[in-house]
Design a protein around this ligand. Structure first.
Ligand SMILES: Nc1ncnc2c1ncn2[C@@H]1O[C@H](COP(=O)(O)OP(=O)(O)OP(=O)(O)O)[C@@H](O)[C@H]1O
Ligand SMILES: [Mg+2]
Length: 133
């Protein structure tokens, strides 16, 4: 699929809202991209597309925020080992019947289920992002 060029946070959210329509319960979506690339912004759009009205905020300190049983939003930036992730029970939600969206998934690479989807965000300007699936 062709790259999508986003020119604002709002455009990224709108793209993700439409993308969310392709998701099914049990899907695990890995968000790749540097700090500030827009992974959390994109998750706001996925939540909107899944019909979630709650505000999505970065789960940096909580590691994972859940929105009912529809969306589990991970930020694994501060996970220091896969053993830590396992002992926190973070893997328990992969098959909990919702969509999992994971930032910094490289920190739990060995724990990820097969068949994850991937979205890459590339920061190409202050407000420009290339979004690739
Ligand atoms: N086109 C764009 N799409 C998304 N965010 C944008 C865009 N242009 C500017 N921004 C800004 O970039 C920032 C993206 O922050 P966000 O928290 O989503 O990044 P992140 O990838 O989740 O970073 P982190 O790895 O630190 O969690 C926000 O301040 C947002 O307003
Ligand atoms: Mg983030």
């Amino acid at each position: 699929m062709a790259d999508f060029i986003s020119h604002s946070e709002e455009e990224t959210i709108a793209w993700a809202e439409a993308y969310a329509k392709s998701l099914r319960p049990g899907d695990v979506v890995l968000l790749e991209g540097e700090m500030g690339a827009g992974k959390t912004a994109l998750t706001k759009g996925i939540a909107r597309g899944l019909g979630i009205r709650e505000e999505v905020t970065s789960p940096t300190y909580a590691y994972m925020n859940s929105y009912g049983d529809k969306l589990f939003h991970y930020d694994c930036y501060r996970i220091s080992s896969e053993a830590q992730a396992e002992s926190l029970g973070l893997c328990d939600y992969f098959d909990a019947g919702g969509v999992c969206v994971i930032e910094w998934s490289e920190n739990i690479r060995g724990l990820l289920p097969a068949g994850c989807k991937k979205i890459t965000l590339v920061k190409t300007g202050e407000k420009e992002r290339v979004i690739r699936i």
